[in-house]
Design a protein around this ligand. Structure first.
Ligand SMILES: [Zn+2]
Length: 392
């Protein structure tokens, strides 16, 4: 009797322990894990003994990022650091990569999740594990893909997939266990374990941009401009992809948040960068809709649009939850535009085609020039960038 009781207790303990380990290893959304402080790395190592793959693993940590993961010991690691910090690793069977995504800071996991959902067009799951905030892309049959929100607001994409370079026929299901072992190890440790290998990810280097560049009907976009700027991609509320220069977009996000929080004004991006080809298409569309005379008046010749710079943005309004983006419709909200224009300079933008200037009025077209210049230009209503640059 005593013996069987002992056995029972041992079994019970084992069961409880296993359950505990499972919940710790789970990547479920906001599990008990998220309420606990970040598990430290020693505790995580105990978890690893549940898997043979995990047991053979080696911890890696990344300098500058509070992030660690355990990967198979034979993984060959390569840290790439051109403009985007990136890391890749592979062995015979699996490939792991961690790379910077949008180079944009997000306020929270929810907004990152919304963007990932729009960007991938797939179901997503918000995951909190080991102190990390992540978005997992669901329904992928060939890889595991996470978008990770680092504590500093930067976003990274982590993918774990079969190494098809070595074995073209290898399927995800063949490496599932190894992949899962890496997946459950992802965490933000309080203490980096002494044995952990550190990976040095270079800091992102951004090109120096001339934020005062002038592009208009007589000034063409400078040669190889696109190679001189760093670009970010986003998706607007209509599901359309929009790209813009990195710093311009960051400033726009601040403007957008400021308007939402303090003015209850909601805006989104209609156009950022338009390539020369896209500009031609726009002129064709406008010609169909408004006639050639109007089209040529409101849209610049290809090569001469400020939208080629990535520093110019067209915003649209969201009024009572509905998108208002047609020019003639947007003009019906002068009070809303007034509130928007009042906030531009504070965030480094100017109204590029103001009222009473040589240009037709475009309340939606804003241009990033940096705070110092924006404050000077916006202090004089009707002053254009051309007039300002001619003075200095
Ligand atoms: Zn525009």
């Amino acid at each position: 009797m005593a013996d069987s009781k002992k056995k029972f207790i041992v079994l019970l303990l084992t069961a409880l322990l296993t359950m505990g380990l499972f919940s710790c290893a789970s990547d479920g959304p906001a599990s008990a894990e998220s309420k606990k402080p970040a598990a430290n790395i020693t505790a995580a190592s105990t978890v690893s003994t549940t898997s043979t793959y995990q047991a053979k693993g080696v911890w890696y940590s990344f300098n500058g990022l509070k992030f660690a993961m355990k990967v198979p010991a034979d993984l060959k690691i390569k840290a790439v650091s051109k403009y985007k910090p990136q890391f890749t690793g592979h062995n015979d069977r699996i490939k792991v990569s961690l790379r910077r995504w949008n180079q944009v800071s997000y306020p929270n996991l929810k907004s990152l999740a919304a963007l990932v959902k729009k960007h991938t067009g797939r179901k997503i799951r918000q995951v909190r594990q080991g102190g990390l905030r992540m978005v997992k892309v669901q329904g992928l049959k060939t890889k595991i893909k996470y978008y990770i929100l680092m504590p500093n607001g930067d976003d990274y994409i982590l993918t774990i997939s079969p190494n098809k370079d070595k074995h073209p026929k290898l399927k995800f299901k063949d490496i599932k266990e190894e992949a899962k072992a890496i997946e459950v190890s992802l965490r933000m440790p309080k203490k980096i374990p002494s044995g952990a290998k550190r990976i040095r990810l270079a800091r992102t280097k951004f090109p120096k941009v001339n934020y005062l560049v002038l592009v208009n009907s007589s000034h063409k976009i400078p040669n190889k401009w696109m190679k001189k700027i760093s670009v970010v991609k986003t998706v607007n509320s209509l599901g359309k992809k929009v790209t813009a220069e990195r710093k311009t977009y960051k400033a726009y996000l601040r403007l957008q948040r400021d308007l939402e929080k303090n003015d209850e004004v909601f805006i989104d991006l209609d156009f950022g960068i338009r390539t020369v080809k896209e500009q031609q298409k726009l002129i064709d569309d406008y010609t169909k809709r408004y006639g050639a005379a109007y089209a040529n008046r409101i849209a610049a010749r290809p090569g001469y649009s400020e939208h080629h710079t990535g520093l110019a943005l067209d915003v649209y309004l969201i009024i009572d939850g509905k998108e208002v983006y047609l020019n003639e419709e947007m003009k019906k909200y002068p009070k809303v535009w007034k509130k928007i224009h009042a906030k531009l300079a504070k965030h480094g933008f100017i109204l590029r085609y103001p009222k009473n200037s040589a240009y037709p009025y475009e309340p939606w077209h804003i241009r990033y020039v940096g705070k110092k210049t924006a404050k000077k230009i916006m202090a004089e209503p009707g002053l254009t960038l051309e007039q300002y640059l001619a003075r200095s």
